[in-house]
Design a protein around this ligand. Sequence first.
Ligand SMILES: Nc1ncnc2c1ncn2[C@@H]1O[C@H](COP(=O)(O)OP(=O)(O)OP(=O)(O)O)[C@@H](O)[C@H]1O
Ligand SMILES: [Mg+2]
Length: 320
Amino acid sequence: MNSYFEIRDLKVSFKTFEGVKRVIDLDSLDINKGETFGLVGESGTGKSVLAMTILRLLPMPPAIIESGQIFFDGEELLSKKEDELRKFRGRRIAMIFQDPMSTLNPVFTVGEQMIRVIVNNEGISRKEAEKKALQMVELVKLPDPKEVLKKYPHELSGGQRQRVIIAIALSCGAEFLIADEPTRNLDVTIQAGILKLLHELQKEFKMTTLFIANNLGLVSAICNRVGIFYKGKIVEVGTVREIIRSHKHPYTETLLNAVPRDGGGNIIVPKLLSNESGPESNNGCSYYDRCPLRDKICKEANPPLRNVTGTHYVACHKAE
Ligand SMILES: Nc1ncnc2c1ncn2[C@@H]1O[C@H](COP(=O)(O)OP(=O)(O)OP(=O)(O)O)[C@@H](O)[C@H]1O
Ligand SMILES: [Mg+2]
C-alpha cells in the first residue's frame, strides 16, 4: 500500500422493491497525497454513493456495503466503529455535497452553524470560534463577511451558499476534501468563480481532493488525474492530458463529445447526460449495450483495467 487514499474491491448495493441492486463495483481507486483527482461520469452512475460510502454517510439500510476496504493515510475506514469514524469526518476528511441546502440548516444563521461546527470539531471556546468563522468567510471571498454571518441560508444566493459550505468544510483544517459536484446547480460564471476559489484554497492548504463532476471540462480545469466512472466502475484513468488527448475508452469519447467547446476547440460548458442503471449482473463489459465497438468478447468477459502507460489505464477489450 503506497497511496495516501485507496479503495479496494468495493461493492455497494441498495435493497429495492425489485431486489438488491448493485451500484458500486470498484476494483481499485488510488489518490496520491496532495493531488486533485477528478471522478467523472453521467448522472446515476454512483458517484455520490461512492463519496458517501467513504465516510459511511449512506442510509443503511437500504444501502449495503457488501465488501471492500478504504484506506486513508494507512487506516482502514470501513472497519472503524462509528465513534472512531467521527475523528475522521469533518476533522481529517471534509465533504462538500452536491446540494448546499442539504448541508445548511434553514433555521440557524450562517454564523451560528459555522460556530457550532468549529466548537464541536475543535473544542475551542465560542469566542474563538466566532473569530475563526469570520476568518473563514473572508477566506472564501464573500463580500461583507460580518453581514454574511448574520444571514439565514435562504437569504444567500446559490453561489454564496456554496462558498459558505466550502468555508465550513475548511474550517476544521481537514487534509482530504471530497467535493461532490460543488457547482452543479450554479450558472456558468458562478461555477467558474467557485472552481477558481477551490483551486486556490486547495493549493494554499495543500489538500488532497477528490473532485466529483459529470463534466470533463470542469475536471480538466482543476485536476491532476481523472477517473472515468461508468455504472459503479472506473473504466479509464489517467492524467488530464491523457484523458483529454489520448483517451482509449469509447465512453470517455462520449463524455468528451457531450462537452460543448468554444471557437478554439476548448472545452467549456457542462451538459448533463442521464444514465439511471447500475452495474450489470452479466459477466460482460458494463458499457456493452451502448458501445459502438462491441464484439463477442465484450459480452462474455468484463474487461479489467490494463496498463497503457505508467499512468494511463483502460478497461476495454477493443481499445488499442
Ligand atoms: N437510497 C437509495 N435507495 C435506492 N437506490 C439508491 C439510493 N440512493 C441512490 N440510489 C441509486 O444509486 C444509483 C447511483 O446514484 P448516485 O446518486 O450515486 O448517482 P450520481 O452518479 O451521483 O448521479 P448525479 O450525477 O445525478 O449526482 C442510482 O441509480 C440511484 O437510483
Ligand atoms: Mg451525485
